[in-house]
Write a protein that binds this ligand. Sequence first.
Ligand code: SF4
Length: 242
Amino acid sequence: METQIQPNVTPLPAPAEMMPAKELVAWALDQWHPRIAVCTSFQAEGMVILDLCWRYRKDIRVMTIDTGRLPAETYEMMDRVRDHYGIRPEVFFPHAESVETMVGESGMNLFYRSREERERCCHVRKVEPLTRMLQPLDAWMVGLRRGQSASRAGVCKLETDWQHGSMIKLSPLADWTHEQVWDYIRRNRVPYHPLYDQGYGSIGCAPCTRALRPGEHPRAGRWWWENGSARECGIHCLRKAD
Ligand code: SF4
């Protein structure tokens, strides 16, 4: 699909796909701040984006969702970000009434029962709060990489997010490798989520994430009981590569 950028936005100096992450981030912040945010669950890629943005300007907005089922270590990360960068992440929560209804009907751990129940939980705890979170923004930045999974192979560095009112969605690390991400983190002493040191390859809600076994794909620890490769929570409506 075509990417549509608002008419008052300065044209990109080069096609987005050709731009290094640092330059793309700077251009995007120039266009949209304060109506742009880094939206992250504090995984490695999100922390790289956050760090790149913060090095360009210190008053960036960082947004996250507290699903109510996060591991304790993710809350530690939120506070580490506050201390390290002097940023106050804007935290969004699911609607209490929706959670109460869902849990009342299907129990606390409905996600293990079927794919439909898991997607219902992700919708209530993640997708709906995300929609609310993005409403005041013109653009959002995320840490998606094409190499993360087959379902992310078509991610563009800059695209129109039709799912959220035609805003702009940026994935400046789309062409980065796993090694590049961790090289950046080490070289720049970026705080990283403590569960990586316990063998996790990707980190989401506590009951739906486990450490990796030797040789497993980095996302194998997410919703590991489900079959199929397209295991996503619905936050990123991913289209196939053109
Ligand atoms: S990852 Fe698991 S606990 Fe978190 S919202 Fe999705 S189904 Fe619910």
